[in-house]
Design a protein around this ligand. Structure first.
Ligand code: BGC
Length: 747
């Protein structure tokens, strides 16, 4: 026998013996050499109860995102093989504890440990929406890589990320977790994040399984209320919401999570069309499908299931492998098999998929391979990770306004008035969904200013809870004594995220009034928006000469903001979501469809409001720089390789300012006449280019079927012959056009 194989078998036996149970007594020895035969051999030895145990996921104690599980005899369950995977077990010690219990079960099958590492395990990264604003795919891949590096170094195998739900509705608190409103950007970001998390291959101890969520349409709840019903046409789904899920699956995501909501009147958790027909049959997905927290049992609340047994039957038959937290499978699948309502061979397939991932993660070879304290100490909070967090944070900042060259600050600005407790709050800088992040290591803006030797006169200014002004006179005095004023506005971290829908996106009046009063001092004022979603802040827009959207930037927040304020990093972020001008406009997005009565200024019978403009405060793709860019006229270039691209669009871009900077060159398309109603414009390409002051570059975009096509109402991908208008520029509202004629259709 080959030495390596011999070694592996020896290891497997060693592991099993080491955990006190004589493997050979209960389970025949199985060669680890061949994945498929190992899994089928193991499956043959499993009882139905043991198989069902693999389909059950338990949550540890604490860090709940749903009803708690304190009452459960977790340890006993694990030891009896009633649990296949766990979530919310944090730290090597705890992971070892549960893994050793699992290895005491009859067949010694190891557990997989999962956690929501949404934007950082111990080192916080910007919230995903902020990262998306960077339009920097390589950087986002690196950020996800760092999240996986830290998580995997501390025993985690699986993160419930990326969330790739498209949303047009900032009332929905979970927009902070995704890449915003656009399906093209969303798809690219989804792909980058999956690659970053999973790395080269799953077996590496620096990689984690990704989980694409929430499948599907979770970002479109009616009225923006989290968990609410979703109702959309198939065409709408296929063109606007589906692409990022598909991109993530095609990038190799190991797992997919079903969404809480319903889709076309069937809850996603029991939606066979989504979980089997689309995901497995059409896209060829081979990985695991997991439910969301207790969502199998919630089929009863949806009123599609009579009881837990019915819920188990419906979810399982739809194609859902693992039930997270609730226990409908654990309690009822066996009965359903005995009654002939669920086939054991289908259970075998689901269990096979889970065992396969355990095998690929190398857990059968060494169940503790992710539990290495030395590695964990070396990697967590290491300089590579802090550095990447800083670079990611700088790139996530969006400059929304900069009048009178308020920014960047010169070196003459040595004393600043820092107003607003958000600038001093480690908790809030981490942002929402940062459960495992080490908040004590977060550099706030206050800390960073002090570290740079800036004299800081701090005032709370307004009460972050009530939103009312709390110290007007003291804030004005601070401003008078300072060279410049930095006002930190926005939301607390716990005001966005899951179950944090808002009916009012206006920045509290007190925050806005404070800016108005401070502006009267005539000092240079910069308003920083620290938030997890688009907000409305018209008074700030009016009175503050400079505004930066800094979101929640994570562990290096303060350093990143300082680097931008003093021009060490020239901001390059662009908004991944439209910022509304008022509540009535929400949901608002740039990619609306053509109507029979399009919006036209001063025309009465058209798509508009009588009491408001339809224009947003800031459009999708918008973001300024400390330098300026000039775009040349776009041109269409014929292709020599029609298999690769039908044609190319070429555009010249110049940095006309005096500073080096990056610009996100955006490409939008409008299908001039189509068989179904199509958006006025859709993003179909972007490139982030670095230009030295005075430098010019040519950017080229291929025009392919993907650039031109759409899904019809039967979900067939279609490309139509005819004219297409291409628009290029630095935002969705500021573009130059060129027409392309496409000579043939593809249906
Ligand atoms: C969320 C998921 C999350 C899960 C586990 C749920 O409430 O919707 O996104 O992964 O909890 O924490």
């Amino acid at each position: 026998m080959h030495m390596k194989i011999k070694k592996k078998i020896a290891l497997w036996l060693l592991c099993c013996c080491a955990f006190g149970q004589a493997a050979a007594q209960d389970r025949e020895d199985i060669s680890l050499n061949d994945k498929q035969s190992f899994i089928s051999h193991l499956l043959e030895q499993m009882t139905l109860d043991e198989k069902i145990g693999q389909l059950h996921q338990c949550s540890g104690r604490g860090n709940f995102t749903g009803p708690d599980t304190l009452h459960l005899p977790l340890e006993e369950y694990v030891r009896q093989g009633k649990v296949g995977t766990m979530l919310n077990i944090i730290g090597i010690k705890e992971i070892r504890k549960y893994q050793s219990l699992a290895l005491q079960s009859r067949l010694h099958i190891p557990l997989i440990f999962g956690l929501d590492i949404i934007h950082g395990y111990r080192t916080g990264f910007p919230i995903p929406l902020a990262e998306a604003a960077s339009f920097d795919l390589a950087m986002m891949e690196e950020a996800a890589r760092c999240n996986a590096l830290e998580g995997a170094a501390d025993g985690q195998n699986w993160t419930f990320a990326p969330m790739v739900d498209i949303s047009w509705d900032a009332r929905w608190g979970r927009v902070m977790e995704g890449a915003g409103e656009d399906p093209y950007l969303g798809s690219k970001v989804a792909e980058a994040r999956v690659k970053g998390l999973q790395g080269e291959q799953l077996g590496d101890t620096c990689s984690m399984m990704a989980c694409v969520k929430h499948f599907a349409g979770y970002g479109a709840p009616m009225s923006g209320k989290d968990y609410n019903s979703v109702d959309m046409s198939m065409g709408q789904f296929a063109n606007f919401y589906m692409p990022p899920y598909q991109a993530a699956v095609e990038a190799g995501a190991a797992t997919v999570m079903s969404a809480f909501n319903d889709f076309q009147s069937i809850p996603c958790t029991s939606n066979r069309f989504l979980l089997t027909e689309l995901l497995r049959e059409r896209w060829g997905f081979k990985g695991i499908v997991v439910s969301d927290y207790s969502s199998v049992e919630e089929l009863i609340n949806h009123r599609v299931a009579e009881n837990r047994k019915d819920a188990a039957a419906q979810a399982f038959q739809a194609g859902l492998d693992i039930e997270m937290v609730s226990q409908c499978y654990l309690r009822h699948l066996k009965e359903l098999v005995q009654e002939g309502k669920v086939k054991e061979e289908v259970i075998d397939q689901a269990v096979g998929r889970i065992l396969e991932k355990k095998y690929e993660l190398g857990l059968f070879h060494d169940p503790y391979r992710f539990c290495n304290e030395a590695r964990s100490n070396r990697i967590i909070n290491s300089s590579r990770i802090r550095n990447s967090s800083l670079r990611m944070a700088e790139r996530s900042v969006v400059l929304l306004k900069n009048e009178r060259q308020t920014l960047p600050f010169s070196d003459m600005i040595r004393t600043v008035a820092l107003i607003g407790s958000l600038g001093k709050s480690q908790f809030d800088m981490a942002g929402a969904w940062a459960g495992s992040v080490d908040r004590s290591k977060i550099v706030t803006l206050y800390d960073a200013l002090i570290q740079r030797g800036i004299k800081v006169i701090y005032q709370e200014g307004y009460d972050i809870r009530s939103g009312k002004i709390s110290s007007l006179n003291a804030s004005l005095q601070a401003a008078q004594q300072a060279d410049a004023v930095i006002v930190c506005l926005g939301e607390r971290a716990e005001q966005s995220g899951e179950s944090k829908s808002k009916a009012n996106l206006n920045l509290p009046e007190g925050q806005q009034l404070l800016v108005e009063e401070l502006a009267k001092t005539g000092k240079p004022i910069v308003s920083l928006l620290m938030c997890g979603r688009p907000l409305i802040f018209n008074e700030v827009r009016r009175h503050s000469p400079a505004i930066l959207c800094t979101w929640w930037l994570g562990s290096e927040a303060g350093n990143a903001i300082c680097n931008v304020l003093w021009g060490k990093y020239n901001p390059s972020g662009k908004l991944p979501m439209t910022f509304p001008a008022n509540m009535g406009q929400v949901p608002i997005f740039y990619q609306y469809k053509s109507t029979g009565r399009p919006t036209r200024p001063h025309v009465h019978y058209c798509t508009s409001y009588i009491d408001s403009s339809t224009e947003p405060a800031y459009p999708f793709g918008f973001g300024l720089s400390f330098t300026s860019f000039r775009y040349g006229k776009p041109e269409i270039i014929p292709s020599d390789h029609p298999d690769h691209a039908h044609a190319f669009l070429r555009i010249n871009i110049s940095n006309t300012g005096s500073r080096d900077g990056e610009e996100v060159v955006q490409l939008y398309v409008q299908d001039k006449v189509a068989r179904i109603t199509r958006p006025v414009k859709e993003l179909k390409g972007f490139q982030k280019v670095f230009l030295k002051a005075g430098e010019s570059k040519t950017v080229t975009f291929p025009i392919t079927d993907e650039t031109l096509g759409y899904y019809d109402n039967d979900m067939h991908f279609t490309v139509e012959k005819g004219e297409f208008i291409f628009m290029t520029g630095g935002s969705s509202h500021d573009t130059q056009e060129v027409t392309y004629f496409h000579p043939f259709s593809k249906i």
